[in-house]
Each structure stands twice: as C-alpha cells, then as structure tokens.
Design a protein around this ligand. Structure first.
Ligand code: F6R
Ligand code: MG
Ligand code: MG
Length: 368
C-alpha cells in the first residue's frame, strides 16, 4: 500500500529576532495535528523547528498535492501566525504571503517536500531541514548521496545501485525542468546544478530494478519566496526527504554528504555565503550573525504509515569535526565583512534590499 510523507514548513514568527520558533507555537501545531490524526485525516506526524521555521512532518494516504493535507497545514500555519501576532513574536506570519488558499500551499509562501511511495518491508527515511539558506543548498549533498562514488560506497559495491539514479532538475527562474541520468550524464548534471541559485535538484528516481521507477526516492522543497512576494522576504530555508537502505543510499551515506560544511547562500539578511553546519535539534538555532546556516536530520522508520522516531542523527561526536570546520570557515568568511564573496554576488543581491540602497545613490554619479 502506498504512503505519502509530507514535510510542509513556514516561518510564522520567531523569538529573539529570527532565532527559533516559540515552544507555545510548536504546541499549537502539535495539538492541531493530534486532532487531524483523530479525524483520520493523517496517520501520524511530528513537529520540528529548524531555527525560525516551523516544520510539519505528516504521513497519510492522500497522495501529493492533496487539498485536504495542504489545507490542514495552511490552517495550522494561520493559527500559529495569529498567536505569534498576539505575542508580538518577530516576523509573525512572515511566510504566509498570500491570503487565499485555493487547494495547494505552493505559491503561497510555505515550502513543501512530499512524496508518495510503496512502503517496503522496512522503510527508513531521513527528513533534512535547513535554516538561513536556499533550496540550492541541497544540490551538493543530494548529488553526492546519489551520484558520487567517493561519498556513497553503494554506487560501487551494491549491484542494485550500480546503474545509478535519475535526477529531476528544475530551472527555478524559467520554470522548466529536465530529467538527467547519472552516471551517463554526470558532467552535464554538474554543469547545471553548480549554478545552485538557478538550477535545483527537485527529485531523484531509481532506475529500473527493485524499486518502482515512478516513485521518487528523494525530494527537495524548491519554493522561491521572492518570486511569490515580488520582493525580498527572507531566504527559502529548504527541506528534503531522502529514503534509505536496501538498494538506496544507506542512512550513513546520506549523512556522510554533510560531513563537509559546503558554502551556501543565505545567513545574515539572506545576503551572505557561509558554511552549512550539521547540528543536533538543540542547536537548530541561528545565533552568530544570524547563523551560520544549519541543517538538522531526523531519522525514521515507517510502519503502515506510523512514524518510529525521530533519531536526532547529527547528535553525534562524529560530526564535531564538520562543526569545527564550519566554525573556522564562518570565522574566515566573516572577516570579509561586506565584501564579496562573503556578501553574495551583485546578481544574487538583486533579490535583497540592496538595490534600494543603490537607488538612493543613483543621482550622485557623474560621467567619466
Ligand atoms: C535571514 C534572516 C535574518 C534577517 C535579519 C534582518 O534569512 O532571516 O538574517 O534577514 O535578522 O531582519 P529584519 O530585516 O527583519 O530586521
Ligand atoms: Mg524569520
Ligand atoms: Mg528561517
């Protein structure tokens, strides 16, 4: 029987600036999701926060893009935002950009990663949630998990993974997509996804073999807030779901991709390059210069739609080195202050508040 896992998130307001979701707000989400289980709308749920983002992880049988499930998430975000406004939390309702719900939260502000698949005999998956960065931050780790034999030993050793995977890549500016095969088209895939603010990995599919080729094995939220709002309203703080084991990358191969704290764009005012730091849930709290950007990983088994977990997967000294490295890189990048490449390139800054500053200087320029 097929199960759907939906991870829907929004920044509905936070405490001490953009640091964390208030406990009271998470409690509202939990109460409402408990009711939804009682009403038979969903099978199970967990609520997380990745920094200032409220994350609703739900399992159900309604498929992707279900009006009922998206409507449920939307109503919960609205209730949370109302309470956040009463409490004068920071940025209350910031990601609820449009008012009219018409069947789907896409294009309204929240981010969505969801997939429907046939539950295997044992079904492990990892929910990855980032704060203070953008969907393209997942390009490098997802590529390494599913296409890099130096990361994922299974690509070399396991006959059921040896033929590789298919990547669905979106051009988020032109609103187009392309399906590309790895390893056959490895270099072309990299030609695209290296430009991570424009080309983002949306889904990964298995090739013909043990698993159905039309059921994704990984999915990333790719919503672009500035495209919804028409102006800078913060970065998109992406989430992803990655299935694991038995012909797919092992949980440890998924996590291995985060042992290298690569540079992502986001951080302070969504305008700086910095390292992404893999952290335990308790450190999902952006502090230094509103960062550095963070990623948490929640591991689960699914049993008939019920969730067993989470396991706080980055809560492990094995990731201390990555965190220390991230701190070194953060320090190095910070010393550049307002200079590129710490500050994003002029092209990417177009979607921030900087053009307004340029505008005010326009009349001061004279010909040379
Ligand atoms: C980054 C982020 C923060 C804010 C910064 C300024 O995504 O959310 O770094 O951009 O704290 O916030 P405002 O403009 O709300 O004072
Ligand atoms: Mg915020
Ligand atoms: Mg955020």
């Amino acid at each position: 029987m097929k199960v759907t896992v939906s991870l829907i998130k929004a920044d509905v307001g936070s405490v001490a600036g953009h640091a964390v979701v208030a406990e009271e707000i998470k409690a509202i989400a939990e109460e409402n999701l408990k009711e939804a289980v009682k009403d038979g709308k969903i099978i199970d749920f967990r609520v997380f926060n990745a920094g200032d983002d409220l994350e609703l992880l739900m399992t159900h049988r309604k498929g992707v893009d279900s009006e009922e499930i998206h409507g449920l998430a939307w109503e919960i975000f609205k209730k949370c935002a109302e309470r956040a406004k009463e409490l004068k939390l920071y940025g209350a309702g910031q990601d609820l950009l449009k008012d009219a719900f018409s069947g789907n939260v896409r294009g309204l502000g929240p981010g969505v990663a969801e997939m429907e698949f046939t539950e295997r005999k044992a079904e492990p998956f990892v929910a990855l949630m980032m704060d203070k960065t953008e969907p393209g931050a997942f390009n490098l780790p997802i590529f390494r998990i599913f296409a890099d034999p130096f990361n994922t030993a299974g690509l070399v050793i396991d006959p059921s993974m040896h033929s590789g995977f298919v990547f669905e890549i979106w051009d988020v500016l032109e609103h187009k997509r392309v399906f590309m095969r790895s390893p056959e088209e490895l270099y072309s895939i990299l030609a695209l996804i290296g430009a991570k603010s424009r080309f983002v990995i949306k889904r990964v599919y298995p090739k013909p073999g043990k698993l159905p080729t039309d059921e994704p094995v990984a999915v990333v939220s790719t919503e672009k807030l500035y495209q919804v709002a028409g102006e800078y309203v913060g970065k998109d703080d992406p989430v992803a779901i990655v299935r694991a084991q038995s012909g797919l990358p092992a949980v440890g191969e998924i996590l291995e991709a985060f042992a290298f704290p690569h540079l992502v764009s986001g951080w302070m005012r969504g305008s700086h390059n910095g390292p992404i730091m893999p952290v335990p849930f308790k450190y999902a709290k952006c502090t230094r210069f509103d960062g550095p950007p963070r990623c948490i990983a929640a591991g689960f088994q699914i049993c008939n739609g019920k969730l067993i977990g989470p396991v706080d997967l980055f809560d492990d000294p094995a990731f201390d080195y990555a965190r220390q490295k991230a701190n070194e890189i953060a320090e190095y990048m910070r010393r550049h202050g307002p200079f590129e490449p710490h500050r994003l390139s002029a092209e990417e800054m177009e979607y921030t508040t900087l053009p307004k500053v340029f505008e005010s200087l326009k009349g001061r320029f004279e010909r040379i």
